[in-house]
Write a protein that binds this ligand. Structure first.
Ligand code: FAD
Length: 540
């Protein structure tokens, strides 16, 4: 059903340009990797929107790395492995915890200003499932915006980085199983080809798979779908993290109320005002996110309410306003004062643990195609991500990608060919309507609680949607819908296959973790189909 390329083109007649490396995406992964590669090569950095429109821009809590003597890489590793519920790659986690501190210094050298205390030491906060205070943050709860500000400024100053905003990457081109460049749509709709020696997917996440998400509009699983069509392996995409506490208020978006609010002592109460997390986990409000999210849903069901409350009213006004200025102001816009009011919250899709499978140098199973940041599956997060590890992962593996690409020999050059496949064309459909329909389907059947019946129903419906899709569109919305549909099918298929509950995947019909059978990864490839791979490499 899914064609190799989603548009027809003749490579010899397409307008073309050439560069050393194309980086697709301008969040932390794309900006940082482009900057590092620009130290030795020319880079084209493309982003389907502006430089300030990414998941990174909205990151609040901070970035995790070991920076004090009372902490250690071994402790950071242990916390990460426990959160990952038996499916992290031990080697990838080792890389993260040992290389994170150096990369953090580079972010600072690039101009990122993290918050400091009165003595000039970096202020460290603690988030769910971290055993130590090791999260650096900026402007209280605006860490991502500060990182984007600093890295974008550097990027725009760099003469050998060409920034192409509002350019949409449609597909990467492969020849002899190597990636030789990208087909891109300009803002005016013109399509052209960028030939490159290496291509880095840094396209971010897939939150738009669900009706309720903390992710902005750009998070449409483009990178996962592009890589899948190109033949790269996709791993662990059934593991989706739902953030337990997104604002639930009529007329307001699902704005994230950071975990750091609970880290600073906020309490969860059901709609009857009762604190409940002690019934679910010894770490109470700071238990792993999936546990907190499902506990909230159970309380919502019990009390027949679409939300629970987050209560930080016992903390001082000064602390709340200093640590959470963005969240405080956002809530106040809707008449909710965190100093005096309990904040209504509910879970929303937040992060995808799986993605395009990479090795420890960020290279995918397709040569010369790399993946960095949320689009990738390096193995760091396993079945569930430890809070604030994703920003660190992006820079740690971005650095490794830059080092690996430096060693690549030039490829032969892209040969002319025609991408013209039999693509099913049917009736015209409204892609925005279809997108909402898909998001609702995912929320209902492939959300926080899943079961066979619902998953089969969702898969059937998705196949029907695919059959009716008209493949000759040339609009961004249609490409995004197709990418979402591909991402949704991959997530649903893996969720159906995994008959157990672990991390960000919960099956009502298989509620227990099953290490005997399911200490495995699910890997999907357009060429090889679906495959299970045992993983006994990591320890908890
Ligand atoms: C509200 C919120 C709060 C968070 N808080 C934290 C936190 O405190 N700590 C933490 O570690 N993590 C946090 N996360 C997760 C973290 O922010 C993301 O995982 C991380 O920023 C992803 O970075 P990225 O560079 O991989 O992708 P993104 O930042 O999402 O960037 C993706 C880029 O790719 C571009 N793109 C996508 N598709 C295409 C295409 N087809 N063509 C061209 N360009 C394309 C987009 O335009 C964008 O520029 C948070 C996430 C959210 C949503």
């Amino acid at each position: 059903m899914i064609p190799r390329y989603i548009i027809d083109f003749d490579l010899h007649s397409l307008p073309r340009t050439k560069t050393d490396v194309v980086v697709i995406g301008a969040g932390i992964a794309g900006l940082y990797t482009a900057l590092r590669i620009s130290e030795y090569a020319d880079v084209m950095l493309i982003s389907k929107k502006g430089l300030d429109d990414s998941n990174t821009r909205w990151a609040q809590g901070g970035i995790a790395a070991v920076t004090t003597k009372s902490d250690s890489p071994a402790l950071h590793r242990q916390d990460t492995l426990i959160a990952g519920a038996g499916l992290c790659s031990y080697e990838a986690v080792e890389v993260l915890v040992h290389e994170g501190p150096e990369r953090l210094k580079e972010l600072i050298a690039y101009g990122t200003e993290f918050d400091k205390d009165a003595q000039g030491r970096y202020e460290l906060t603690k988030e769910g499932a971290h055993s130590k205070r090791r999260i650096l943050h900026a402007h209280g709860d605006a860490t991502g915006a500060e990182i984007v500000r600093a890295l974008s400024k550097r990027t725009l100053e760099q003469p050998n980085i060409t920034v192409l905003e509002n350019h949409f990457a449609i597909d990467v081109v492969t020849q002899d199983d190597e990636c030789v460049g990208v087909v891109v749509m300009k803002p005016d709709g013109e399509i052209f080809f960028i030939e490159s020696n290496a291509t880095v997917l840094a396209t971010g996440g897939a939150g738009q798979l669900y009706r309720y998400t903390t992710n902005p509009d750009i998070a449409t699983a483009d990178g996962i779908a592009i890589a899948y069509r190109a033949g790269a392996r996709i791993k662990d995409v059934e593991f989706i993290q739902f953030h337990p506490t997104a604002l639930y208020y009529p007329g307001a978006p699902r704005f994230l109320i950071s975990e750091a609010v609970r880290g600073e002592g906020a309490i969860l109460r059901n709609s009857n005002g009762e604190r409940f997390m002690d019934k679910y986990h010894p770490q109470k409000e700071l238990a792993p996110r999936d546990i907190v999210a499902r506990a909230i849903v159970s309380e919502m069901e019990k009390t027949n309410s679409p939300y629970v409350y987050l209560d930080i009213t016992h903390e001082s006004e000064e602390l709340i306003k200093h640590r959470f200025p963005t969240i405080y102001k956002f809530c106040l816009k809707y008449g909710l004062d965190m100093v005096t009011d309990w904040i209504p919250v509910a879970p929303a899709c937040h992060y995808i643990m799986g993605g395009v499978q990479t090795d420890l140098n960020g290279e995918t199973s397709t040569r010369r195609l790399f993946a960095c940041g949320e689009v990738s599956c390096t193995g760091v997060h396993g079945a569930n991500r430890l809070a604030s590890n994703s920003l660190s992962e992006a820079v740690v593996f971005g650095h490794r990608i830059a080092e690996r690409i430096k060693q690549l020999s030039p490829h032969q050059g892209a040969r002319p060919f025609s991408a013209r496949e039999e693509k099913r064309a049917s009736r015209t459909v409204n892609t925005m309507e279809q997108r909402v329909k898909l998001q609702k389907l995912m929320l209902r059947h492939v959300g926080l609680k899943r079961q066979e019946k619902g998953l089969v129903k969702a898969m059937d419906e998705m196949e029907r949607m695919g059959r009716y899709f008209y493949y000759h569109y040339r609009e961004r919305e249609a490409f995004e819908f197709l990418n979402l549909l591909t991402g949704a099918m991959l997530t649903t298929k893996a969720s159906l296959l995994r008959e157990e509950s672990r991390g960000g995947h919960y099956r009502i019909d298989f509620p227990n973790k099953d290490d005997l059978i399911w200490r495995k990864h699910i890997i999907q490839s357009i060429h090889e189909g679906v495959r299970e791979e045992s993983d006994l490499s990591n320890v908890e």
